[in-house]
Ligand binder design. Sequence first.
Ligand code: PGA
Length: 245
Amino acid sequence: MTNKYMYFIANWKMFGGLNSLNSLHKVMKFFKTFNKNKLIKIIYCPPSTLIRPMSKKLKKSNIEVGAQNCHQQSSYGAFTGSVNSAMLKNVGARYVIIGHSENRQSGETNKLINLKIKSALKAGLKVIFCIGETSIEKRKKITKQVLVKQVKLGLHKIKYNKNLVIAYEPVWSIGTGMIPKSKELFETIDFVKKKIKNCKVLYGGSVSPKNINELKLIKNIDGYLIGGASQDPKKFIDIIKKTYS
Ligand code: PGA
């Protein structure tokens, strides 16, 4: 059993309506008894529309709520369709995912990500900062260079602090069922930890009840960012249970 703080972050992406909140009961019930004597953080990142009702529902539990992205400007402004970090905090978010590859793919640059991280920290949100290489970059064997660039530019003029966690998510492993080889994953996480002193690094990409027994043996991982499997409470609970079994 692991004896360090572990994060289990549910990334619901663009899935879920009000009725999806019913699935939280199972997880709340489970966590109430399971988290005794364990250092676990469970954070749900639903679509923005569900942040308020979800945080109300989870109020009496130790489960926290986060958002999946934010605008880079911390004050109000004429940006149709956007939501800033202060607004997310106002409705109950305590965390925000920034730099997810699905947003990088639709044009989010390292520079923009840097501005978003700064504004989120300024608003008092904790940041889950995603980095990761594409399959082409992996094939070219430039993963380390890619990660260094993402970290350097993403955290430009930001001192690493306890309000930041890194999520290493190889783009090729997201939603594909593929995960990196254990040795490779250990080395990559170790590499990131050496670049950013004292940082927590999570792994994300196809985490499931099927591969968690393999992943949990990689001792430098501080938790998981879970997409698909987090929408099913049974699978999500299973992942947490197996991590500690
Ligand atoms: P996945 O997504 O678990 O469905 O691969 C992870 C993520 O995108 O954060």
